[in-house]
Design a protein around this ligand. Sequence first.
Ligand SMILES: [Zn+2]
Length: 563
Amino acid sequence: MTYQALARQYRPQNFTELVGQEHVTQALINGLEQGRIHHAFLFTGTRGVGKTTVARILAKALNCEKGVTGNPCCQCSSCLEIAEGRFVDLVEVDAASKTGVDDTRELLENVQYAPTKGRYKIYLIDEVHMFSKSSFNALLKTLEEPPPHVKFLLATTEPKKLPVTVLSRCLQFNLKRLNLTQIQNHLIQLLELQNIEIDSVAIELIARAADGSMRDGLSLLDQALAYGAGTVTTKDVTLMLGSMDQKSVVGLLNAVIDKDKESLNKQLTQIFNLAPDYSRFLHELALLLHEVSLCQILNSYVDNSAFDKNTIKTLTEKTTPAQVQLFYQIILKGQEEINLAPDSKTGFEMTIIRLFAFEIGNPDSLNTTPNKQKAIQQNSKQTNTQQYTQQLPSEQNVSSVQANRTDSTQQSQSNAQSIAQTTSNQAFKKYRCCEVNSETWQEIFQKLAIQGPTKELARNSHVLSNDNGTLVLAIDEQVQAFMTDSSQQRLSSALKDIISEDVVVQFKQDDDNRSTIAKTQQQQQEAHIAATKNKVEQNTFVQHMQENFDAELIQIKQGESFI
Ligand SMILES: [Zn+2]
């Protein structure tokens, strides 16, 4: 059985099956049932929210053999042919590939002829904003006086790019971005239909990464299923998305703040089991602290935050501004040092222990430098004053509390700045764009902050060409399944971090079995094993064993120290 992508397999066939767009579907159903059918519809909204899906269902509703209906039967030959994309009277066009006026003329040539099979001849034009000006003019003529048997269904992500003359002739429907719960519930429903065990944390991660687009959610779920060989687990999804489970970030910070050793131990074990990118985890912790700090000082929240407001609020109440600033500094320092640590897990754990063991104003607590201790004591003095004055509320004291708050924040900020300065001074060498070629690729690859499929793509790629910042990578057959727009973007942005000019990555399937980093590594490994085998065979002790005891050299295993 060939595998069919979930997005395709479970494409909504009816208005009622479409998630999150009730405001659109209800209006369409009402219009259809009451026989008020406009001749041109425009569906707008961000990518992957269901614009063309709605249009196709509408095409069915207009052409269903059971009559024009808000609820097409999905069984008659018209409905079935539309669902399979082979209905003669539904002309689907991707405007992005047919921008010229000749294309449009050719497309509209047959407009005046009656439909072959259906009730209406339907033109579904996707990404219609890509039309050229003259194409729009050609379309406009037909839109002004359309034959009664013709319906236009236009879809676009950018309605602002459409001429007003076109806009004014269409009935416009704006499809909404889907919220987290809508995507989550839909994915869970599909997994239930497939009898696949549901890992709710993994689903939440996928739904969050889908960022309002159901199509992205479905294709990420497909990728996760491929990655996990038919199962979806938090560990695989974390690896695949290179993202963190926000719950473990919050859980860890709570354990630190609560000084709960048992919980901290548990959290660290759980995190270890997820095999995360530890540096990225510190990054997420820093983001969380930033949000807590914003809430504490400015009483504001970050839009589209990965953390929920209640979590931020609780953390805000449990910490002092000085403590949050201090944690933030320790984490920045930890990020700076993680590459110097024996391994990233050790570096990460030492940073967390430092967070845990540090107590403001306690000279016995862990510390890094005497200067820092001084700064912390100053901070803590201010915090103490603050607490003291808070016990004696009077107008006079209110102003001193505010002053102290500002002081301690400024103090911590200047410390943070000096740390940031050091980091940027130690910044590693940046490459020039023209230096990226098949010879330097392995060296550059080692410095890229990527993981999961994106890392595998880069590891299994060959630099085909580099034309003024357009980097074409030939991707080995084995990992071609990972070639997506998002991994292309991830790789481009990782490259931007280490290359001084802008770089755009393009993937191309490699059919010529070119050399890749993965292949080179494999060859090095094989050569290493061969050399070792040779050495072992030359060893006098081994030779002695062979001669006197008929010993045989059976296998040479690769030790863990080999990289
Ligand atoms: Zn039908």
